[in-house]
Design a protein around this ligand. Sequence first.
Ligand code: GLG
Length: 833
Amino acid sequence: EAPAETETEAPATSHEHTRTGMSKASLKQAYIDNLFYIQGRFREVATPHDLYMAAAFTVRDRMLERWVKSAQVYKSSRARTVCYLSAEYLLGPHLANNLVNLGIAEVAQRAGEELDLDFKAILEEEEEPGLGNGGLGRLAACYMDSLATVQIPAIGYGIRYEFGIFDQIIEDGWQVERSDTWLRNGNPWEIPRPKISFPVMYGGHTEHYRDQAERPRVRWIPDMVISGVAYDTPVLGYGVGNVNLLRLWKAEATESFDFQTFNVGDYYGAVHAKIEAETISKVLYPNDDPEAGKELRLKQQYFFVSCSIQDMIRLHLNTVGPLETFHEKFVAQLNDTHPAIAVAELMRLLMDDHAVTWDDAWATTRATFCYTNHTLLPEALETWSVALFERLLPRHLEIIYEINRRFLDEVRVRYLGDEERVARMSLIDEAGGRRIRMAHLAVVGSRAVNGVAALHSELIKTTLLKDFYEMAPERFHNVTNGVTPRRFIVVSNPRLAELITEVCGHDRWIRDLDSLRELEAHADDPKLQARWREVKTAAKRDLAVWLKRHAGVLLDPQTMMFDIQAKRLHEYKRQHLNVLHIIRVYQRLKQNPNLGMVPRAFIFGGKAAPGYYMAKLMIKLINAVAEVINNDPQVNGYIRVAFMPDFNVKNGQRLYPAADLSEQISLAGKEASGTGNMKFSMNGALTVGTLDGANIEIREEVGAENFFLFGMTAEEVRRKQDEGYRPWDYYHGDQELKSDIDLIASGLFSHGDTNLFRPLTEHLIHQDPFMVLADYRAYLECQDRISTVYDRPAEWDRMSILNVARMGKFSSDRSIREYAERIWSIEPQPLGA
Ligand code: GLG
């Protein structure tokens, strides 16, 4: 909000403190102060990084005041609090987002101009905290933004990884991973809390004994203890005074333990112990799905869970106490099974440390946790070998066995004689090596379970957790994912935000996304359509400039449709289906160079898990096809292919505004929700998609006539799989399909090397687990329809406007309100801005 002109010219006065004032004068004064007193610099010698740090501290100061006030109010009102437990937070750059949420983006920009600062360059200087892999981690970040915005007291708990998701560079068309050193230059947004630290134990054995009251008790004698230290980042809501806490744990050696008790006189041993301890929060596992048996990963999970639960107990005893009311003060949401060990950890702490009985501890535990499932893919369902658990967490294994014993007794009583069902529902998978099923632990230990889109939540009930659903249907819910319009419209697409505000006559839509419906009335207005198109073209121009520099590809933002698929590389997401379409268009153009077609830029972005060979080969294939097409003057006026390196939040913010077409083409039933689909659509891209995940609900909202649908339904997929799917038949039954696959195999895209892509083409022809070939023809036909419509700008623009107008449902504010009402039973605690 711009203060009146006279006010902005006034000097910063005592009532307009340089640490809190929001006027232009205050901001300028504060900036210069911070540059001097924190960075120790004056303008002439300041590096770009100094300039960024001074800006960050200027903004942070303004958040701290609100933070302290929120903490005071939450404390005195003893507000019920959500604890979001997540191994990942894919936060993205803070500075621009915090400026927007503080409501000072414009005045800060003007202050910057008057100080002769390059505002854009300062924003670009920030290294984003990439503490997550993809959708799951970014969802946690969107939810933190919305929790604060809808004014729900919340703490996000996680791990302060020293190295987040790797940086991706492309060399000779292949992905190469570089370590992410986001903390190298310091992190102005976090505040270390060395005094908030907890011991975390591993290994050793347990002892059963009787306490003074003759009650049976258990004591865990570990063989390793480390400590977790809190690092706090404030999370400010948009246009409100509420600031929540993101508390990430860093692993450190426990001096008293390692240096004295165990390593007397053994200096090198002590140093080794320190290194081993610090390893635990060193690096994020760069996989979307867990690698079986990685001990360090289990150590990480237990590490942050143990610190978080201990912290919650401390907070409770400090403010509310006694422990019987723990579940009234806190509700803990498990973001996937990564923190599922929390169920056993809360039981352990209540019983072993606080002498609570099993029954009372179990009642508290069951009332505290809720679990969100994010995937049905079998390889992503976490299990841990019993042997590893026994070695690392012996006490937790005992507790899990006891939970299981009691639970299976309930199952037996309910389903007399059905031992098959008992085996299916057990927390222990007895087949092969015995393994603990973390999803079952999460379900049994929670009072609510939810999926992340309507279809996904249905499939949970009918497939993955069918037995559990039958036993307690009332505990199963759906909360469709959402994304924050602050970051994904206001921050990333300021031109669109401005246009929307102008057309609606207010900026209320930023926290009430349903009010975008007001755009509907103008969807056919040629004047709006023209401006809409200008905004899109400007974003495409920005992206083209960036891609020229960073991918060496020249795209024409004026004439080309920007067709974008940006997400993790995975076979189920079917980037190779997209590639087959590109090859088809290429062949058509080669056969008929005068084919009048809508020019298209095919743009990809996404990382592959470093150990996922097929995904890495898909990246190579995209780049190989790009090389041939982009250098073929016969076609490159019509089609170009670009691979954006290092798709992360920052680069995503360049893509979403520039997309005409959003590719959401996973095999139906595989993508739990998707959230990129929402980000694209919110920025006016039309979707080509299957009936999968949240695509279904997006299509329902925007209207079937404004969505390009193709492909089999989840039901048809299942039937085809049951019948026995034979990709070979499709390959031989479709001349064009065969020739597209054969062209890859021929070596055309690999300088004559006929072996390079063989694993990919052979896999498609013989296995094709994600049924690329079965959906190929429908996809091509749909793409042809898309080109036809794109050729009619008024129609396309109308559809684009209607897409944005009807995206209200996909604000993460709506998701959080649903969690608050239906799952958490928690009320907002309003604090004024
Ligand atoms: C998962 C799923 C996505 C989902 C996301 C957030 O694969 O479909 O949108 O969580 O719920 N691992 C993921 O990214």
